[in-house]
Design a protein around this ligand. Structure first.
Ligand code: NAD
Length: 336
């Protein structure tokens, strides 16, 4: 299965890693590949990647797993190692891992030598349906997530659902949360599927990507429609930050955030209470949220630093009904 972006192709294929070399050859002629990955992915798939790419010379930079690696210090260390390994401006960088590796490597690619080509091989469900798509790359600062970054397209995204077989259930459900979000904002068939089934295939991955692709194409720089993708993220980011990115996974934090957003929608007379109940039950079943739910008031301080807080209030996404999203200006009285 393929999804076309204006400047590159997203290949979605179970077992597709075997044909990765052929795809890379479409966009790159040199033999050298510089792979950035994390320790977990390296341990599981180092040899698999080498075996899949017999015609290439691979050099690896391996970072610590986890959000803390999306930092200025890891960014500097990766660049240092790439230069030491002999990476030149026309060499290809490969982001091989979850969203942390993807965001960090993409940001390195966008800045090293004023930009080098890179490809994404996302290995978590979240990275396959979300972070590897759309060209947003970046790192975190102590003041908040993704505060430094850029928009920088890869040359290729290769999605092989076989990588998901080694993900633990919590990480898998973390990705499902983003897929449920996509269903809620833009694809009611996907949402209906996820209400019943936990296991996703190429088809559902492609459906989720298609919604994001369409929003990114209409609004590449996050001025309007692309903001729909932030559904659940305003409070989600505040929750992650307040707990130092340790307690809740991204998907869990945004699940609480989506419930807060549905509740705000109900208060504003836009969202039906039954939708809230249905989504809450689904999130509880998947272990994404637990009762008692988090109270938005406890996250007010963390919210102020969110970069979407413009001078005229907070751009905020609500979902009036499944498959339809809407931007509102959120006032404190709407949620406190
Ligand atoms: N750029 C974007 O548009 C965008 C969108 C959404 C999220 N993000 C970012 O994505 C990041 C989260 O990504 P994530 O959830 O993939 O986290 P992650 O990269 O930390 O990966 C989660 C864990 O899974 C492990 N792992 C990865 N692949 C594996 C595999 N196949 N088998 C077993 N273990 C594996 C990793 O080592 C890590 O421990 C956050 O930093 C978030 O801000 C970016």
């Amino acid at each position: 299965m393929f999804i076309k972006m204006p400047n590159y192709e997203i290949v979605i294929e179970t077992g597709g890693l075997k044909s990765l070399g052929k795809w890379i050859r479409e966009v790159y002629t040199l033999p050298n590949l510089f792979v950035v990955t994390d320790q977990n992915v390296d341990q599981l798939y180092h040899q698999t990647l080498i075996d899949a790419l017999p015609d290439f010379i691979l050099s690896f930079v391996v970072i610590q797993p986890g959000e803390l690696s999306k930092s200025m210090s890891t960014y500097q260390e990766v660049i240092h190692q790439l230069i030491e390994l002999g990476m030149k401006r026309n060499h290809m960088l490969v982001a091989f891992g979850g969203g942390v590796v993807g965001d960090l490597t993409g940001f390195v690619a966008s800045t090293l030598y004023r930009g080098v080509p890179y490809i994404q091989i996302p290995t978590t469900l979240l990275a396959q349906v979300d972070s590897s798509i759309g060209g947003k790359v970046g790192i975190d600062l102590p003041q908040g997530k993704n505060l430094i970054g850029s928009f920088y397209d890869p040359k290729l995204v290769m999605i092989d659902p076989l990588f998901l077989s080694t993900l633990d259930q919590r990480e898998y459900h973390n990705g499902l949360a983003e897929m449920i979000k996509v269903g809620l904002i833009g694809d009611k068939h996907l949402y209906q599927y996820l209400l019943t089934y936990d296991k996703v295939t190429e088809k559902e991955i492609a459906q989720a990507i298609a919604v994001k692709r369409d929003l990114v194409l209409i609004d590449p720089y996050d001025q309007k429609e692309r903001m729909f993708l932030n559904f659940g993220h305003t409070f989600g980011h505040a929750i992650e930050k307040k707990h130092q990115y340790q307690t809740y996974k991204h998907g869990e934090a945004i699940s609480y955030g989506m419930l807060i957003a549905l509740e705000i929608g109900i208060r504003l007379g836009e969202t039906k209470p039954e939708l809230y109940d249905e989504v809450k039950e689904l999130f509880i079943r998947l272990g994404l949220v637990k009762e008692p739910l988090l109270n938005p008031i406890h996250y007010a301080d963390a919210l102020q630093m969110d970069k979407k807080y413009g001078s005229d209030g907070l751009n905020y996404i609500i979902v009036p009904r499944v498959g339809v999203a809407k931007i509102i200006k959120l006032k404190e009285s709407d949620w406190s």
